[in-house]
Design a protein around this ligand. Structure first.
Ligand code: NAD
Length: 284
């Protein structure tokens, strides 16, 4: 039997600690405040933003949704991000994707002050992460390591294959794992013989956005699998990049979708916001 590595319990513990810290900060005059800037009519994106806002409010973090609408120009979005970066009452800023055609998430995220960049979207944050300097990591990438830690899975010295090289997930996850002394290889859409690469790994992190990409043929017996994929299903649900039925019994452990990396990602975004507020409070 393959163990399921749930993220829900760890996320709940993290939210509890975050709520306690948010209450302490509010009492000392710095109520934590998160802003989510969105510029799309995409319904799944709106659903995700509402779920972040609900989770934030439950932790005592005020969440402002700046909905600029699908016709917002890059200049509108950049100006709003710059305004929030300069606003002393705002501690965390998230730029939600997708953006309107012609708007580059990476270029616009450069407008987010690094100290408020709670989802590690500013290219400077990624550069700092690569250089081993303090910065917020993209929450999903950090969630990959956190979910392994939460289940006592050691990564140091182990071979980890990360499937996907995006700047939001694959690349920063590889950097964080490298920082924890894993031996990391990164696969992508041009990788030849993916199965040989993932089959040599002790831990496989799937972040390709391809439903069911990783099957029993891609892994060695006893492998640990972290599924970052969140692919919509026709019935309105979510499915991962790993074919859970196929790997069952061959993998030692697998993070479920939903309920694995996802809840930890949201909990980390809130924890980052409270950390940013604590630093602002300390500096005030
Ligand atoms: P992306 O499309 O930006 O990047 C996908 C990466 O996968 C690319 O580097 C591409 O080269 C690689 N890839 C694509 N097909 C491949 C294949 N057949 N073999 C090997 N590599 C392949 O996507 P992203 O933003 O990095 O997201 C990846 C997945 O993670 C998506 O399913 C997304 O929905 C999910 N995601 C989940 C969370 C969460 O909180 N759980 C957060 C962000 C993204």
């Amino acid at each position: 039997m393959t163990d399921l590595l749930s993220g829900r319990e760890y996320a709940a513990r993290l939210r509890e600690r975050t709520a306690a810290e948010a209450a302490r900060l509010a009492a000392s005059g710095t109520p934590p405040r998160l802003a989510v800037v969105t510029a799309t009519a995409d319904e799944s994106s709106a659903w995700y933003v509402r779920s972040i806002a609900r989770a934030a409010e439950k932790c005592g973090i005020h969440c402002d949704i700046a909905d600029l609408g699908p016709r917002a120009t890059p200049a509108d979005i950049g100006a709003r991000l710059a305004g929030l970066s300069a606003d002393h009452a705002t501690h965390g800023i998230i730029l939600q994707t997708p953006l309107p055609p012609g708007a580059s998430a990476q270029e616009l995220a450069a407008e987010i002050a690094v100290a408020k960049d709670v989802d590690g979207a500013n290219p400077l944050s990624l550069g700092r992460l690569a250089a081993g300097l303090p910065a917020f990591a993209p929450a999903t990438a950090e969630a990959v390591v956190a979910v392994l830690d939460a289940h006592g899975i050691e990564v140091a010295g182990r071979r980890v294959a990360v499937v996907g090289r995006s700047t939001v997930v694959g690349k920063p996850a590889a950097l964080l794992l490298l920082d924890r002394d894993a031996t990391v290889t990164v696969a992508h859409s041009r990788t030849q013989d993916l199965a040989a690469l993932t089959g040599a790994a002790d831990i496989v992190v799937a972040a390709a956005g391809c439903p069911g990409l990783i099957t029993a043929d891609h892994i060695r017996p006893g492998a640990i699998l972290v599924d970052v994929g969140t692919n919509p299903t026709p019935d309105g649900g979510l499915t991962g990049d790993i074919d859970a039925a196929s790997v069952d019994g061959r993998a030692a452990a697998l993070t479920p979708v939903p309920g694995g990396v996802g809840p930890v990602t949201t909990a980390l975004l809130l924890q980052h916001t409270v950390r940013a507020a604590a630093e602002a409070n300390g500096a005030a």
